[in-house]
Design a protein around this ligand. Structure first.
Ligand code: NAD
Ligand code: IPM
Ligand code: MN
Length: 346
C-alpha cells in the first residue's frame, strides 16, 4: 500500500478537539489502502509554559522528514497574561510557514447546499483565495517602535519580492486556468504604491502566459463589497499575506461559517512538507466543551490527501462532508460530527 507519513500538531484550545476528528476520518478513509503513520508533536501554549520553547530547531528538522503536516490551531486566550500576545502564532505557526516555504496559502470557499449563508441571496459561491504565505507584513522585517516619548512611532514593513510575488501569482493563474478561467488581483495600489505596483506589474506579465484566463483587479475594500453583494463573480483571488488573512475570514463567514473553512499551506516545489489546517484559530471561548465544528479540519485533511496524490479518498471525504452538511439539523458534539463523517467515508 501507499505509505503516508504525517506529522500532527494539535496545538491549543479547540485545536486538539477538531484535529482528533480529522485523524479519525483520515484513518477511516484510508483503511487498508494506505499505510498511514501519524506522529504527534506536542507544541503550542502548554508546551511553551512547560518548557519555554515554541519550536526547537531539532523539532523543525524532524517535521521536515514527514510527507505532510496536519495542524490544528494555536494561540492563547485573550485574557491569559502568562503568554505574550501572538508569541506562539509567530514562533510556531508563522515560523513553520516561512521555514517550510509555504508560499501558496490556498483557501477554498464553497457554499455547500443546505448551508445557511448570512447572505439573503448568495447564489453559487465557489472560489479559491490564493494567499501569499511567506511575505508581506508577516515577516516582521524592519518594523520599529520608537517609544518612551509622546512622539512614539511604530512602523510595520511589508516585504514583497519579485520572486515571492511571481511564484504565487503564477500558481494562481494555473489554478484559474484549471477552473473557470477568472483571476482577480486584490490589493490596494491606490495607497500601497510600491507593493501595489509590483503586484500589478507581475500579474500583467504572468497573464501573457495564460491567454485563456481573464483577469481583473479590485481594491481590497471594494472586493469586500462584492464578496457580500456578488460573491459568484469570483473564481480565483490572488492577494498578499495580510489581505488574504482578512479576505478569507469574510469568505468563510459568507459560506456558512469559520467552522467549515479549510486551508492548505503549500510548498509547491516539494522541497519541504506542506501543512494543512483549518482557517480558524484556537477559539478559547468554546474550547474543551465539544462545541467546535471539526468540519474545517476534516476538509483540510482532504486537501492533504489530494496534495499527496490520493485523490480518491480526498473526494470521498469531500462527498461525505457535503452530504453530512446538507442533512444537518440540531447541534451535535465535535466528536459526533467526526463519527458521522468517519462512518460515511469508510
Ligand atoms: P478564532 O478563529 O479562534 O475564533 C473566532 C470565533 O469563531 C470565535 O467565536 C470562535 O468560537 C469561533 N470558531 C472558531 N472556530 C470554530 C469552530 N471550528 N467551530 C465553531 N466555532 C468556531 O479567532 P480569534 O478568536 O481571533 O483567535 C483566538 C486565538 O487563536 C488567538 O490567540 C489567535 O491569535 C489564534 N489564531 C490562530 C490561528 C491558527 O492557529 N491558524 C488562526 C486564527 C487565530
Ligand atoms: C490564519 C491566522 C494566522 C494568520 C495568525 C494566527 C498568525 O489568522 O491562519 O488565518 O494571520 O495567518
Ligand atoms: Mn486568520
Amino acid at each position: 500500500p501507499h505509505r503516508l507519513d504525517i506529522a500532527v500538531i494539535p496545538g491549543d484550545g479547540i485545536g486538539p478537539e477538531v484535529t482528533r476528528e480529522a485523524v479519525k476520518v483520515l484513518r477511516a478513509v484510508t483503511g487498508d489502502d494506505v499505510d498511514l503513520a501519524l506522529t504527534d508533536y506536542d507544541l503550542g501554549a502548554d508546551h511553551w509554559l512547560a518548557t519555554g520553547q515554541t519550536l526547537p530547531d531539532a523539532t523543525l528538522e524532524q517535521l521536515r522528514t514527514h510527507d505532510a503536516i496536519l495542524f490544528g490551531a494555536v494561540g492563547a486566550a485573550p485574557g491569559d497574561t502568562r503568554i505574550p500576545s501572538g508569541l506562539i502564532e509567530r514562533e510556531l505557526l508563522l515560523r513553520l510557514r516561512f521555514s517550510l516555504d509555504h508560499y501558496v496559502n490556498l483557501r477554498p470557499s464553497r457554499l455547500y447546499s443546505g448551508v445557511p449563508s448570512p447572505l439573503a441571496d448568495p447564489g453559487v459561491i465557489d472560489f479559491v483565495v490564493v494567499r501569499e504565505g511567506t511575505e508581506g507584513p508577516y515577516t516582521g522585517n524592519g518594523g520599529t517602535l520608537r517609544g518612551g516619548t509622546p512622539h512614539e512611532v511604530a512602523t510595520e514593513v511589508s516585504l514583497n519580492t519579485a520572486h515571492g510575488v511571481e511564484r504565487v501569482v503564477r500558481d494562481a493563474f494555473a489554478r484559474a486556468a484549471a477552473r473557470r478561467g477568472r483571476l482577480t488581483l486584490v490589493h490596494k495600489h491606490n495607497v500601497l504604491v510600491y507593493a501595489g505596483r509590483l503586484w500589478k506589474r507581475i500579474v500583467e506579465a504572468v497573464a501573457a502566459e495564460f491567454p485563456d484566463v481573464v483577469h481583473d483587479y479590485l481594491h481590497v475594500d471594494a472586493a469586500m463589497i462584492f464578496l457580500v453583494t456578488d460573491p459568484s463573480r469570483f473564481d480565483v483571488i490572488v492577494t498578499d499575506n495580510l489581505f488574504g488573512d482578512i479576505v478569507t475570514d469574510l469568505a468563510a463567514a459568507v459560506t456558512g461559517g469559520i467552522g467549515l473553512a479549510a486551508s492548505a499551506n503549500l510548498n509547491m516545489d516539494g522541497s519541504a512538507p506542506s501543512m494543512f489546517e483549518p482557517v480558524h484559530g484556537s477559539a478559547p471561548d468554546i474550547a474543551g466543551r465539544q462545541l467546535a465544528d471539526p468540519t474545517a479540519s476534516i476538509l483540510s485533511a482532504a486537501l492533504l490527501l489530494r496534495h499527496v496524490g490520493l485523490d480518491d479518498p480526498a473526494a470521498r471525504i469531500e462527498r461525505s462532508v457535503a452530504e453530512d452538511i446538507a442533512s444537518r439539523t440540531g447541534s451535535r458534539s465535535t466528536a459526533a460530527i467526526g463519527d458521522a463523517i468517519a462512518a460515511a467515508v469508510s
